[in-house]
Design a protein around this ligand. Structure first.
Ligand code: TMP
Length: 213
């Protein structure tokens, strides 16, 4: 089936099952005959993946919130212009593991960077490019952190305290409530089959919807 490219992002706090649901989403689009790519942030190109390594590595030197913010957007510029936009231009759907909503949630809600400052960088880097739809996998912070801890060593973000992730979850939910036509909140605390069924149904509905102008 020929469709116009759509930009779909997956968001949520740590351990909510994004990777599993990205795989599930990819299988669903395959079955529906939609052409797509799967990518992630920070990362998605060789240079942006290097920036990811810089951002995630635990280090003794304190990382200033402005450094973190600018590195996120530096990686994003590289990813957007070298990967996401070319794919959308070719008519492919883009399934992206996190995007700028994560910056509002983590650097904004988590670190306390004013959202106006993030919005300035968003406009500078992205112009008016934003995801068409955001799938927000939502679960209580403790549920996700328990899963993240089971995965092994924690990265620089995962080492933060529970209240940091609570502010992140709250920010995601606030953004979703403000724009319900774009944000699709999925209860990720339910059994996996139910979460997967919700995500698949959502994607099937999006495929049927006319592409945004
Ligand atoms: P991941 O663990 O989902 O792959 O994401 C890597 C980490 O980067 C995760 O802890 C969230 C964080 N992050 C931000 O803080 N801001 C951002 O803009 C993005 C894209 C990710």
């Amino acid at each position: 089936m020929q469709t116009k490219g759509r930009f779909i992002t997956f968001e949520g706090t740590e351990g909510v099952g994004k990777s599993t649901q990205l795989e599930n989403a990819a299988n669903t689009l395959d079955q529906l005959g939609v052409e797509f790519i799967v990518t992630r942030e920070p990362g998605g190109t060789p240079m942006a993946e290097k920036i990811r390594e810089l951002l995630l590595a635990p280090r003794e030197e304190p990382v200033h919130e402005t450094t973190e913010l600018l590195l996120m957007f530096a990686a994003r510029a590289q990813h957007l212009y070298n990967c996401i936009l070319p794919a959308l231009d070719r008519g492919k759907w883009v399934l992206c593991d996190r995007f700028t909503d994560a910056t509002f949630a983590y650097q904004g809600g988590g670190r306390g960077v004013p959202k106006e400052r993030i919005a300035l960088l968003e406009a500078l880097v992205q112009g008016d490019v934003k995801p068409d739809h955001v799938i927000l996998l939502d679960a209580p912070v403790e549920t996700g952190m328990a899963r993240a801890r089971q995965r092994g060593e924690l990265d620089r973000f995962e080492q933060e305290a529970q209240d940091f992730f609570q502010r992140i979850r709250d920010t995601y939910l606030e953004r979703a409530t403000a724009l319900p036509s774009k944000y699709h909140v999925v209860n990720a605390a339910l059994p996996l089959e139910q979460v997967s069924a919700s995500v698949s149904a959502l994607l099937a509905a999006l495929v049927k919807m006319p592409a945004p102008a």
